[in-house]
Design a protein around this ligand. Structure first.
Ligand code: SF4
Ligand code: SF4
Length: 120
């Protein structure tokens, strides 16, 4: 658009901005899905494998017990490590080796990447 004094106006209007935002959102989503698929393909599961929780990365959020269909994960209480938070205990997840089928669902569901698959 050209203003009265002949200067080109490059201001973006709202619909244009929303359209560009939607296109960018779509591009990012496709890229993240592709990265996630690559990551998932790299995780080796199976009956010779078992899940393992890296305790220091576990925040006790309970997501893994929700996704595990085999009741192979339990939460336990540990003393709270941080003196700045006003709670007495912290929860951590632990894998029960025998019922774990190596399906790796918990690895995909953990928000902090605290679970890995290891050889049985
Ligand atoms: S999903 Fe991850 S962070 Fe949450 S309780 Fe399980 S192991 Fe811990
Ligand atoms: S690998 Fe599968 S069976 Fe084993 S703890 Fe994770 S979700 Fe449960």
């Amino acid at each position: 658009m050209q203003t009265a004094c002949g200067i080109m106006n490059y201001m973006t209007d709202i619909p244009d901005l929303l359209e560009r935002r939607a296109a960018e959102q779509s591009r990012i989503r496709i890229m993240l899905n592709s990265m996630k698929a690559e990551e998932e393909a790299k995780i080796i599961g199976g009956e010779d494998r078992v899940a393992w929780v890296k305790e220091e990365q576990c925040i006790g959020c309970d997501q893994c017990t929700i996704v595990c269909d085999d009741d192979a994960i339990e939460l336990y209480d540990t003393p709270m490590a941080s003196p700045i938070m006003d709670i007495e205990v912290n929860r951590k997840a632990r894998i029960l080796r025998d019922p774990c089928t190596g399906c790796k669902l918990c690895v995909l569901g953990c928000p902090t990447d605290a679970i890995i698959m290891i050889d049985r």
